[in-house]
Each structure stands twice: as structure tokens, then as C-alpha cells.
Design a protein around this ligand. Structure first.
Ligand code: ZN
Length: 88
């Protein structure tokens, strides 16, 4: 597996402190993703996101964002995703 590009620590601090998920939906402070994104992730990735900053969270976050953008093709389009959820 290719090691993802890791950003500055400040970036992850902001991610965790923020109230907006990478998919633009609101999320809880202290969480990496909103519940919907988190739920889409494989269990191993969900577990990795509980690692503290500096101890693997950065890598876990990058992997998870990449996974979401690859496997959940409409991660950046909430309405499209909502439609799909309604249909299923
Ligand atoms: Zn999200």
C-alpha cells in the first residue's frame, strides 16, 4: 500500500476541532468524520481513527479520506448521496 502524503499537524488539529466533515456535512468536534462517512469505513479504518495525533491518526485520516473518495464516489455530493440512501 502506498503511504499517503501527510500534511502539517496543524491541519489535523483543525480537522478534529472543526464541525465540518470532508464531505461538507456537519460533524461533531473531536471526531474525524461525520457519522455517515465513519459508518462507510471498514472496521479496521474506524479503529485506526481512534489513534491520537502523532501516533497514527494522521495516517489513518489520510487513508480514510482516500478510501471514502475512492469507494464512496459521491462523498463530495451530499444530495446525490442522500438520494442513493433513500432508494436503498
Ligand atoms: Zn462526512
Amino acid at each position: 500500500m502506498k503511504v499517503p502524503q501527510i500534511a502539517e499537524r496543524a491541519f489535523y488539529v483543525k480537522v478534529l476541532a472543526g464541525e465540518e466533515c470532508q464531505c461538507d456535512r456537519p460533524k461533531n468536534r473531536g471526531k474525524a468524520f461525520c457519522y455517515r462517512c465513519f459508518r462507510e469505513l471498514p472496521t479496521a479504518m474506524q479503529r485506526a481513527l481512534y489513534r491520537p495525533l502523532g501516533l497514527g491518526f494522521e495516517q489513518a485520516y489520510e487513508e480514510a479520506v482516500k478510501w471514502l473518495q475512492t469507494n464512496v464516489c459521491d462523498a463530495h455530493d451530499g444530495s446525490e448521496r442522500l438520494r442513493r440512501h433513500r432508494e436503498s
